[in-house]
Design a protein around this ligand. Structure first.
Ligand code: NDP
Ligand SMILES: O=C1O[C@H](COP(=O)(O)O)[C@@H](O)[C@H](O)[C@H]1O
Length: 477
């Protein structure tokens, strides 16, 4: 897909990275910035200003930046020394009452870019900081005159409940207009998730089947074999449902469920279509439609409460009350310390009418793997070669990495590129998040089920199988 047409790269940009010394910045954001540069997607005139409390000089921060990028998948770019020179650092705790010297440094950098290009640079603030810092930093941007004309990227989680989302959003809206706000959900930046649009709207084969007449179930399955020992504080406070379901899996479900946007190249159309799908999510029924799990041994991790009821696994049956999807369950599953690490959307198709339809054991499937580079596959039934009229199921697959002329972007690079050109279509919105938290809310009330134990390395509690009946989870046993 070509980039949405009317969005333009500015002549010059300053990226201000708050939380520049943190884990996310080092592992994701800084390497992604270099990826965007390496791919020729930055304006020629760009600068990076890292911000964090540590009092580092520019060179000390540049050394950290270099180490982070060197350790990343693509390593340093050929013109690394030039990238290094584009980088500055501002130490101190920036907020409404303390500007930490950022306005002065930023004005210096902007003046350089103005002199180079004759243009007023765009300022893109990236908040890779704990959510508790979103409010103070945003208020600081307003108080110190750094918000006007700027775009601001907020990391997740942008709220942890309907009430906390509303509170944060109200704070942010005191300073920024919705159009300036870019709330990241990196799953929307994955190539495999982005390919849904084209697969669906450019191929009659998929377009005609993408509805309740043909689809029996949609499965969005993200098992992870990851442990949580090194994030136990975060996990005790958050859990799988809040970390993954109301965020990533709901957004992917919105992407699958949306009606065709009026114009796929118009971000406002795409946003409206995804928001409408999210608004059609029926609030979860915790008793009927949700199974929570906790892997055995979780409570023994240092930092976990000995009687913790935190969930490390969630499976949910979500109903999307639109004409297209009424009656089709969206089965969402994710968990830590499961048997495998995969990220797959499966449309399980109903059997065809006709002489064989009634006897097929394996359903046809349309599958989109959105881990890594992404893959599209079809689960189909063919005649088993030979003299008998017997049949077998097989998988035909297309690796998105093999698509001629293509070179995928990492999710963060893709989303940073979109923020640079002002395309919010793959960012979450106020209305979309409000709808997501509303559908999720019953799971945060008194009816929240108690997590069931499951063995590490398994596919989660047995009880989760019930949700997929009369089919089965297509990943796993
Ligand atoms: N790490 C990950 O894999 C992921 C992280 N995220 C999100 O990214 C954000 C950052 O997470 P992560 O990098 O892991 O966290 P870290 O604790 O590793 O880093 C946080 C960064 O923010 C700065 N910071 C901390 N407190 C404040 C504050 N009150 N005001 C301003 N800056 C502050 C820290 O430096 P200093 O205190 O010195 O200023 C540090 O640079 C969080 O919102 C998290 O939920 C989302 C997905 C994955
Ligand atoms: O945001 C998060 O995502 C990761 C999975 O991300 P991916 O880049 O491996 O697709 C998840 O493990 C983590 O718990 C969650 O906070």
């Amino acid at each position: 897909m070509t980039a949405p047409a009317p969005q333009q790269l500015p002549d010059a940009v300053v990226i201000v990275l708050f939380g520049a010394t943190g884990d996310l910045a080092g592992r994701m954001v800084l390497p992604a910035l270099v990826e965007v540069h390496r791919r020729g997607l930055m304006p020629d005139a760009w600068r990076l200003v890292g911000v964090a409390a540590d009092e580092l000089d520019d060179d000390a921060f540049r050394d950290r930046f270099q180490a982070a990028v060197a350790a990343s998948e693509h390593g340093l770019c050929d013109d690394w020394d030039e990238v290094r020179d584009r980088t500055r650092y501002c130490g101190g705790r920036f907020g409404p009452d303390d500007d930490a010297g950022l306005p002065t440094l930023l004005e210096e950098v902007r003046a350089e870019l103005r002199a180079d290009t004759g243009a007023e640079p765009l300022v893109l603030h990236f908040l890779a900081v704990p959510p508790a810092a979103f409010g103070p930093i945003t208020r600081g941007l307003g108080a110190h005159g750094l918000a006007e004309g700027a775009r601001v990227v907020f990391e997740k989680p942008y709220g942890t409940s309907l009430a906390s989302f509303e509170e944060l959003d109200a704070t942010v809206k005191e300073v920024l207009a919705e159009e300036q706000i870019f709330r990241i959900d990196h799953f929307l930046g994955k190539e495999g998730v982005q390919t849904i649009y084209v697969l669906r709207f450019a191929n009659q084969l998929f377009s005609s089947e993408w509805n309740r007449a043909s689809v029996a179930q949609v499965q969005i399955d993200v098992p992870e074999d990851l442990d949580v020992t090194n994030r136990i504080g975060f996990y005790e406070a958050t859990g799988a449902a809040l970390d993954m379901l109301v965020t990533h899996l709901f957004q992917v479900a919105g992407q699958v469920a949306m009606e065709p946007p009026a114009d796929l190249r118009d971000p406002a159309s795409v946003i409206a279509a995804r928001e409408a799908a999210l608004r059609a999510f029926r609030p979860l029924d915790p008793a009927e439609d949700v199974v929570l799990g906790q892997f055995e041994g979780y409570r023994d991790i240092e930092g976990a409460a000995p009687d913790s009821t935190q969930d490390t696994f969630v499976a949910a049956r979500l109903w999307v009350d639109t004409e297209r999807w009424r009656g089709v369950p969206f089965l969402l599953r994710t968990g830590k310390r499961m048997a495998a690490k995969e990220q797959r959307i499966t449309l399980v198709l109903s059997p065809p009418f006709g002489p064989l339809g009634g006897e097929l054991e394996e359903p046809n499937t349309i599958e989109i793997d959105f881990a890594g580079e992404g893959e599209v596959a079809l689960g189909i039934t063919v005649k088993t070669p030979g003299p008998e009229l017997t049949y077998s199921s097989g998988r035909a697959r297309l690796d998105l990495d093999d698509v001629p002329g293509g070179e995928g972007l990492s999710p963060y690079a893709s989303l940073i590129n979109d923020a640079l050109i002002g395309d919010r279509s793959l960012y979450t919105t106020e209305n979309g998040l409000r709808a997501a938290f509303t559908a999720f809310a019953p799971l945060q009330g008194p009816d929240r089920p108690t997590p069931l134990p499951y063995a590490p390395g398994s596919w989660g509690p047995e009880e989760a199988h019930r949700l997929a009946a009369p089919h089965r989870w297509m990943l796993g046993e």
